[in-house]
Design a protein around this ligand. Structure first.
Ligand code: PEP
Ligand code: MN
Length: 263
């Protein structure tokens, strides 16, 4: 499935759009091995965190521009149908990503919460034709999420999608981020033409729940999934508990029951 079909994919196919890859690019070898395994299992839209907005300081904050060079090499190695998405939080990230041929950009949950930051990103996207996905802000504020989406649309971006990754809560919960499914569904009612993608990895915070959350998203007629996958999740440098191996991801996807989007 090509991301070019971003606004139409569910009309054409009974399969959800799937984007997968590690939370963070850690080394060229880790990224290559993970990407190759995903590609061989049929996933050609890959993700990798290059700049990581970590909650606490003195933790791994991403490789930066060197990882964009690894991505360029991996795309050359794997083939022309491979597309990569990365998170951008500043105009500099946008500029570097586009310079290195990144195919899809996404705005993370710690950035979509800040209208100034989103506007700076939107301004840097003027005249650019690249798909942009906007994660919900960490707090359960639908208007803030819609506002971030509007800023990107108003920059002239045509392929815009939303990612539901759950919401922070101080309450104890089974999940890392509470899903509050009614919020993304309300978003879908407000902007029905915009694809809605579920990020079960950041909702779950635990690889055991990826299947159930993905199935729930399919039951609710989401258009796609973005799932973190790492060749060796236990030793991942970020989000180790929630990542699944490429083989595990293949098994999860093969068991999903997907509704016909027209029904
Ligand atoms: C990520 O996708 O790795 C990430 C940092 O996600 P979020 O912005 O949803 O926390
Ligand atoms: Mn992550």
């Amino acid at each position: 499935m090509q991301i070019d079909q971003l606004n139409t994919w569910r009309k054409d196919s009974k399969k959800p759009f799937v984007m997968a890859g590690p939370c963070s690019a850690e080394s060229e070898e880790q990224l290559f091995e993970t990407s190759k395994a995903l590609y061989e299992s049929g996933i050609s839209v890959l993700r990798a965190g290059v700049w990581k907005p970590r909650t606490r300081p003195n933790t791994f904050e991403g490789i930066g521009v060197d990882a964009l060079k690894w991505i360029q090499n991996i795309k050359q190695e794997l083939g022309p149908d491979v597309q990569f998405g990365v998170e951008v939080a500043t105009p500099q990230h946008v500029e570097e990503s586009l310079k290195h041929g990144i195919d899809i950009l996404w705005v993370g949950a710690r950035t979509s919460v800040n209208p100034f930051a989103v506007q700076d990103i939107a301004d840097s996207l003027k005249g650019v034709d690249v798909p942009v996905l906007i994660k919900n802000p960490i707090n359960p504020d639908l208007a803030l999420w819609i506002g971030a989406i509007e800023r990107i649309y108003q920059a002239g971006i045509k392929k815009v999608g939303a990612i539901h990754r759950g919401f922070s809560s101080h309450k104890k919960s089974k999940f890392r981020n509470i899903p509050s499914w009614q919020i993304p569904l309300e978003l879908k009612r407000e902007i029905p033409e915009m694809p809605l993608i579920c990020d079960p990895s950041h909702i779950a915070g635990n690889s055991d729940f990826i299947y159930d959350i993905s199935q729930k998203a399919m039951d609710l007629n989401y258009d796609g999934l973005i799932i973190e996958s790492h060749r060796d999740p236990k030793n991942a440098w970020s989000d180790a508990k929630q990542q699944v191996t490429p083989a595990h991801l293949t098994e999860i996807l093969s068991q999903l029951k997907v509704r016909d989007p027209k029904s």
